[in-house]
Design a protein around this ligand. Structure first.
Ligand code: NAD
Length: 360
């Protein structure tokens, strides 16, 4: 099945309506949701302590190609060696009652395979962003989870992060008046030998990795789905890092109300994760909007000035994310960033690349 633009817009309305309802606070539960973590890399190193800090989640299994690393982490989290899997015997997880859900923290193009295998094993799935590297995989992931009657959430941690939620609420409450324009950017200087510059594993360059935060933020800030997209991509630095994926993507999105968002992402500069929203009554911006700590909201509208540094420290965002998904699993609720939300971004990413003249 291929979704049309109208289908995306319809999905958008549904998810955005649900996506920014007040977050339910997880109650301590009799049985914590047990997670198997697949891919013990950098992001898993933030998620695991975040989950450990919750009252409703725990890490109960590991899936890794590196047994020594898995043994070390298992000792730290009290995981028995019988609950350490590799990529070949992963499907045996179906028989492990300590595993309720799987957290997929692998390179982008591997998300689809492991989400589908986890669903077939009867486990709920919390999958890292970007959901996949193309629309067809995202659709297959949703279908597999539906067929297995398990929940699928995409790990859009900003949906559960207080400063981003505060920005959304101020805009929805009309503090800025009619929003006219948004600027957003996020990028970094890519090191050598990263799977992120391997097109087969990453799907593409910085848009899949960090630009997706700007794309997703423009959607949750406006509460609208983009109608028109125009984009450019470029590679300036020819030092060999970017032989497969582009270095820069810049794109503009026009929303149905007329709001225009301008976004930049790069693997060639330390570009702060940021957005600034301009409305008829004033402006709002969030510095460090997409990182794990140090977020700061500032605003100036109708004679009100705000300056709100967020003191929360890593891994609090991962704690909130795990708490939310476990709460949904335990109470049979739909997560606020379900697979359909990831699918929608995959559709817009496809449009951005198409506009920039890049095949993905
Ligand atoms: P990483 O390279 O640090 O970790 C990837 C893990 O996958 C490693 O444990 C590695 O051993 C394993 N792996 C298995 N097969 C592999 C293969 N063929 N090639 C490379 N690694 C392989 O990556 P990361 O930064 O943790 O990113 C993992 C996922 O998490 C990505 O999809 C990324 O977009 C996402 N991510 C999300 C956030 C966030 O804030 N939500 C932040 C960083 C990364």
């Amino acid at each position: 099945m291929t979704l049309t633009r109208r289908d995306f817009a319809k999905l958008g309305t549904l998810t955005l309506a649900a996506g920014f309802a007040p977050l339910l606070h997880a109650q301590p539960s009799a049985k914590k949701t047990g997670y198997a973590v697949i891919g013990l890399g950098r992001i898993a190193g933030h998620f695991m302590p975040g989950a450990r800090n919750t009252t409703n989640s725990q890490i109960t299994a590991l899936v890794s190609g590196h047994r020594d690393k898995a043994d070390r982490i298992a000792a730290e989290y009290g995981i028995p060696s019988s609950s350490i899997y590799n990529y070949e015997n992963f499907d045996e997880i179906a028989h492990n009652p300590a595993v309720d859900a799987v957290y997929v923290a692998l390179p982008n193009s591997m998300h689809a395979e492991y989400t589908i295998r986890a669903a077939k094993a009867g486990k709920h799935v919390l999958c890292e962003k970007p959901m996949s590297t193309n629309v067809a995989d995202a659709e297959a992931m949703i279908a597999a989870c539906k067929a297995a009657n398990v929940k699928l959430m995409i790990a859009y941690r900003c949906h559960y992060e207080p400063t981003n939620l505060r920005a959304v609420k101020l805009i929805r409450d009309g503090a800025l008046g009619q929003v006219q324009a948004i600027e957003s950017s996020f990028g970094f200087n890519m090191g050598p030998n990263e799977w992120r510059t391997n097109k087969k594993l990453a799907g593409g360059g910085p848009l899949f990795d960090v630009g997706i935060y700007c794309l997703n933020a423009c959607r949750y800030l406006t509460g609208e789905e983009p109608e028109h997209i125009a984009a450019f991509a470029s590679t300036i630095d020819h030092d060999g890092r970017f032989s497969e994926v582009e270095e820069n993507v810049s794109w503009t999105m026009k929303f149905p109300s007329g709001i225009v968002a301008s976004c930049n992402t790069t693997y060639g500069a330390p570009m702060e994760g940021y957005y600034r929203v301009h409305g008829a009554k004033g402006w709002l911006e969030v510095d460090q909007a997409f990182v794990y700590e140090g977020l700061r909201l500032r605003a100036d509208f109708s004679g009100t000035q705000l300056d709100e540094p967020n003191p929360a420290r890593d891994p609090s965002q991962f704690q909130a994310e795990a708490e939310h998904f476990s709460h949904c699993v335990q109470n049979n609720l739909e997560p606020q960033s379900p697979g359909e939300e990831g699918l929608r971004d995959m559709g817009y990413i496809t449009q951005i690349y198409r506009s920039a003249g890049i095949a993905i």
